[in-house]
Ligand binder design. Sequence first.
Ligand SMILES: Cc1cc2nc3c(=O)[nH]c(=O)nc-3n(C[C@H](O)[C@H](O)[C@H](O)COP(=O)(O)OP(=O)(O)OC[C@H]3O[C@@H](n4cnc5c(N)ncnc54)[C@H](O)[C@@H]3O)c2cc1C
Length: 398
Amino acid sequence: MEHRDIVIVGGGMVGSALGAALADHGLSVCVLEKDEPAPFAPEQAPDLRVSAISPASAAFLASIGAWESVLAMRATPYRRMQVWEGDEAGGALFDAAEAGVDALGHIVENRIVQLAATAALKQRQAVDYRCPASVSDIIYRPQASQLTLSDGSRLQARLMIAADGARSLVREAAGIGITSWDYPMHALVLSCRVAAEQQDITWQRFTATGPLAFLPLSGDAASLVWYHRPEEVKRLFALSDEELIAAVSQAFPRKLPGIRELVARGSFGLTRRHAQRYAREGVALAGDAAHTIHPLAGQGVNLGFQDAALLARTILDAYAKGEDWASEKVLARYQRARKPANLAMQTGMDAFCYGFSNEIPPLKALRGLGLKMADKAGPLKRGVIRYALGLSPMQGRG
Ligand SMILES: Cc1cc2nc3c(=O)[nH]c(=O)nc-3n(C[C@H](O)[C@H](O)[C@H](O)COP(=O)(O)OP(=O)(O)OC[C@H]3O[C@@H](n4cnc5c(N)ncnc54)[C@H](O)[C@@H]3O)c2cc1C
């Protein structure tokens, strides 16, 4: 059976970036991905799945040589972010200049991030990237786990890393449990073309049933996210294009430019999950395999990149010092740094989500005050922005 020092299961955004960060430092690395992402062509309409990539994530992707390729394909910077509830007056406006950065982030299609990270991975000498390669069975052993692929081939790994997403097979095989619950809302995601020039603002309006969000894409393209009760999302999803455009125009703020064309739609159930541990001897979890979070502030994959950066650094530092880099003792350093940071972000997002999704008068008054305070210029506002961008020390050193 072939042996590798490290086998990463899942070559999505997080797994392929982690593979690129780990490869070429003396350890043999293998990345297994079951679905090949379609190549990029500039004339393609934007994909439905997009993410707000923070400056911290962009810096990590730059460090592995992937960010330039993201920019060369397609990425939309946003310099302002507005949050409000009720009518369109008031709320809080965050500006990149106040945080001392060029942009608050970039909206990028997930496939483009994955393609760029995979290209960086393939440039490494000592990497074994296999795609399509689906792992169908795993026997977890602390010193040498065994993985069987759907074509029958087998691999042995000193360290197995779960980057295989929310329903991680690796996590299950290693006997690591999760704490999870479903949010009482689903997300309807719409990719559309609007009657406006290129936008540099992303905005979110909170309502009692859930937020309504606008994310700018390149040119006149945009992504809209409508959070609502599951049965209402189901009803909206089944409407014709004309009916859905009319429903959006009625529910979304006047700020939304008119919708010229609805390009694609998708609906997503939202579940919070947190693995009870991130590591044990010979296995570690990263990205959605370790945690999923309410997407209202677009933090999911950004937390995953912070996991990847810190996990790579922890393993490579230990390897350079001659320590047993796959031991529980070494991997516990990664868990100690990332688990509380991810839990804090999950809890913060839940407070936002539940705090805004109701009409209880004292809470309504409190959040109005909170948004007013957040809008006041000064160190607090700068701190809030930098925390949201992944630039604050509160998030741990990813
Ligand atoms: C509606 C919505 C909006 C979101 N918006 C944002 C946002 O704006 N910003 C943000 O940061 N995050 C956002 N997220 C979250 C973000 O999409 C996830 O955090 C991110 O995709 C996780 O990346 P990952 O690589 O950890 O996992 P995944 O993207 O799930 O990738 C896992 C990979 O593993 C592969 N795989 C799985 N099983 C196997 C196997 N057995 N063998 C081989 N390969 C396997 C899969 O094919 C896949 O490529 C959003 C999520 C939702 C639902």
